[in-house]
Design a protein around this ligand. Structure first.
Ligand SMILES: Cc1cc2nc3c(=O)[nH]c(=O)nc-3n(C[C@H](O)[C@H](O)[C@H](O)COP(=O)(O)O)c2cc1C
Length: 316
């Protein structure tokens, strides 16, 4: 039996097809034999195994640093945060020293960890597997850290971020902002006025949601980032549009409320069922380090893994 002939694949179309789903953006780092830091931008990162803890990233066989990565002792995967688009560009371009203008330190296992990343994994090299024109680097994770900073996304050749979507959200007296302020695994909760707990909320005036968030954060006496959209839902009964923004905050003693853990006990004190459900999702997602966005009504809706904003074109 003969197999029907298959038309040769167009590599450009294949690259576009590979770009049809959204990935995170990472900088993979190592050190050469003389201790010089090396790194390149990669979106081929994926988790492989929890026990043992393994991850995978590919490196082009044409890379000048192939030997350093495939024969070296280890590598670190730095998951870039939403404001690190410049770093992704720096580490994807030819340069004498890609580390010249970035802050970095040695990770506990020894590979360079970049400052301000969303998460990092410092690994020993488990094995390097040749695969076509790339080599798969399997790293055994020896140390890692995940922060609440939203990650940078990559989709169809463009960098994306969930945070600035907020700038396009509706404003007005019927829009209610909920601020989900996260610090070191805790969330700022305030008294809901009925003996229960809630997150800080404010009506969004005509000045827009970022201004409302800024005022709310200032009134609470907290230092927090701009935030990313966490939930958008309508309360038809009260005619309100709710928008929850999730922000990384510094742990402190706020003027109102307190930072609490999202334990079953504290969640049971949240009287609004929609808010309780959102915070239960937050507790789960914080454990996984993978945040989605809820769209719907007060009663029902769907969670999208990431709402994105298209930024400048940035080809590989
Ligand atoms: C978003 C993005 C993702 C990339 N992913 C990978 C990847 O997974 N593996 C890879 O080898 N190169 C990847 N590249 C390309 C490298 O970053 C680029 O070719 C870099 O110049 C390689 O540097 P080197 O030759 O010094 O290793 C990616 C580039 C971009 C912009």
């Amino acid at each position: 039996m003969t197999t029907p002939p298959v038309a040769p694949l167009d590599p450009r179309a294949l690259r576009d097809a590979f770009g049809c789903f959204m990935t995170g953006v990472t900088v993979v780092t190592t050190k050469d034999a003389s201790g010089r830091p090396l790194g390149y931008t990669a979106n081929s990162f994926t988790s492989v195994s929890l026990d043992p803890p393994l991850l995978l990233v590919s490196i082009a066989n044409s890379s000048a640093n192939l030997d350093a990565f495939t024969k070296g002792a280890g590598l670190a995967v730095n998951i870039l945060s939403e404001d690190q688009k410049d770093i992704s560009t720096t580490f994807a371009r030819r340069s004498e020293d890609r580390f010249a203008n970035v802050y970095w330190r040695n990770g506990p296992i020894g590979s360079p960890i970049l400052a301000g990343v969303s998460a990092w994994f410092d690994c020993t090299l488990d094995r390097a597997i040749p695969a076509g024109d790339h080599t798969l680097l399997i790293g055994r994770i020896g140390a890692f850290e995940a922060t609440p900073n939203p990650g940078l996304g990559y989709y169809r050749g463009a960098m994306m971020t969930p945070a600035t979507v907020a700038a396009e959200l509706p404003a007005g007296p019927n829009v209610v902002l909920s601020a989900v302020l996260q610090a070191e695994g805790l969330v700022l909760m305030v008294d809901d006025g009925h003996g229960g707990l809630t997150v800080p909320m404010a009506r969004v005036g005509r000045e827009g949601i970022q201004a409302a968030l800024g005022q709310l954060i200032e009134a609470l006496g907290v230092t927090a980032g701009a935030g990313s959209v966490y939930a958008v839902y309508e309360d038809a009964k009260l005619g309100l549009q709710h928008i929850a923004l999730r922000c990384a905050a510094d742990l402190c003693k706020p003027r109102r409320g307190a930072f609490v853990d999202l334990s079953r006990a504290s969640l049971s004190e949240v009287t609004d069922p929609a808010l309780r459900q959102m915070l239960e999702r937050l507790a789960d997602e914080a454990r996984m380090g993978n945040y989605g966005i809820y769209f719907g009504t007060h009663e029902a809706g769907r969670v999208e893994r990431m709402a994105v904003e298209r930024m400048a074109k940035d080809g590989k």
